[in-house]
Design a protein around this ligand. Structure first.
Ligand code: NAD
Ligand code: ZN
Ligand code: ZN
Length: 369
């Protein structure tokens, strides 16, 4: 089958023929229908998160179950051939203390963090027999994949595959940051900095939570337009004069913000999200920086004003519960996830999609198979 392979972080992706073994114990084989191109793939591609390759990249995918491996209980998991599943990039081990306390986004024994299946191996091989690894244990930029059953979440009937794919990363990350990590109360005043797939999902989450003020910030005017269509009450075009931008954001929050969300992963905008907080405010850091980046803030007013900073991995997603919940909200017309999809591309379009993400150009490119 064809797959987008990253030989080494920092190098371009190549489209290769690879083979996929049958699923082993506790695994399922999934034929991929859609895979979004997320900025986290780009961090790896560009060497900002160096990882040893080669691997099949991609972690925002959905597809159809083809085969259940031994020991996968169809009745218990809801998995059966023909079923549409969204894939989780953090397959929980379901045994560690974090998993047992219901916080699987903190799982300490997930094969996903090692880019391996649960048993530490891979089902992917090059024609010469050498191993290729699945990025985050799922490697979705391929015609098919074998994943741990706990990474494959059955979706409600009628869920469009592209929507299911985006629920697998940006939607769960952004909507969950609002509703699960921050638990934004109705009527809150919210600022969202960075309006890619993740930041616009934060906007949708803030609408869902009943925020009364949603100020959306980006340096690309077209992103502001879409944020407004999705429910932002005001927008601010980011630019070089940070004092003027801060003043404009504050002026538009009607005495807030109660919450600021950073959805880019830059030290400058992380510091801005913290600096914008009035006493009692909370900054939620969702964007991921290159490894090693540090940010700073003035401590006295932060403590004196009882401000908070929260880190949010995967929107605190419990995939088996939250993925179908977000899909049901979509089907009920309350999460217009399809608006995030700008372009449908083939596997060969991945490098071009990365170039667009790098430039901040456009929204989600989705590889459709
Ligand atoms: N916390 C998590 O679990 C998690 C999950 C998925 C993605 N992420 C991270 O979230 C971040 C966003 O991902 P994405 O796929 O939405 O990325 P994206 O590239 O689609 O979006 C980033 C947005 O930020 C804007 N931007 C860039 N620099 C800016 C600046 N200086 N001021 C204002 N706007 C600016 C861009 O125009 C773009 O709209 C990435 O760092 C990604 O790795 C985190
Ligand atoms: Zn992602
Ligand atoms: Zn675990």
């Amino acid at each position: 089958m064809r797959a987008a392979v990253l030989q080494q972080s920092g190098q371009p992706v190549t489209i290769e023929e690879v083979s996929l073994d049958e699923p082993k114990h506790g695994e399922v084989r999934v034929r991929i229908l859609a895979s979004g191109v997320c900025h986290s793939d780009l961090h790896v591609r560009d060497g900002e998160w160096p990882r040893p390759g080669p691997f099949v990249i991609g972690h925002e995918g959905a597809g159809i179950v083809e085969t259940l491996g031994p020991g996968v209980d169809s009745a218990a998991t809801g998995l059966s051939p023909g079923r549409l599943v969204a894939l989780s990039w953090y397959a929980p081990c379901q045994r560690c203390a974090a998993c047992r306390s219901g916080r699987e986004w903190l799982c300490t024994d997930s094969g996903s963090s090692r880019h391996r299946l649960t048993d530490g191996t891979t089902r992917l091989h090059r024609p010469d027999g050498s191993a290729v690894y699945p990025y985050c244990g799922i490697g979705t930029m391929a015609e098919a994949t074998v994943v741990p059953a706990s990474a494959a979440v059955p979706m409600p009937d009628g869920t469009p595959p592209e929507v299911a794919a985006l629920i697998g990363c940006c939607v769960s990350t952004g909507v969950g940051a609002v509703t699960k990590t921050a638990r934004v109360p109705a009527g809150s005043r919210v600022v969202v900095i960075g309006l890619g797939g993740v930041g616009l999902s934060v906007v949708m989450g803030a609408v869902l939570a009943g925020a009364s003020v949603i100020v959306a910030v980006d340096r690309v005017p077209a992103k502001l337009e879409l944020a407004r269509e999705l429910g932002a009450t005001a927008t601010v075009l980011a630019g070089a004069d940070s004092e003027a931008i801060d003043a404009e954001i504050r002026a538009k929050t009607n005495g807030g913000p109660d919450f600021t969300f950073e959805a880019i992963g830059l030290a400058a905008t992380i510091e801005q999200a913290i600096r914008l907080l009035p006493p009692g405010g909370t900054a939620i850091l969702v964007g991921m920086t290159p490894f090693g980046v540090r940010a700073s803030f003035e401590v006295f007013p932060f403590v004196d004003g009882s401000r908070s900073i929260l880190g949010s991995n995967y929107g605190f997603a419990v995939a088996s519960v939250d993925f179908p919940r977000y899909a049901r909200l979509h089907l009920a017309g309350r999460l217009p996830i399809e608006r995030l999809v700008e372009r449908r591309i083939g596997l060969d379009g991945v490098e071009d999609a990365f170039a667009r993400l790098r430039a901040g150009d456009g929204l989600r490119s989705v590889i459709s198979f």
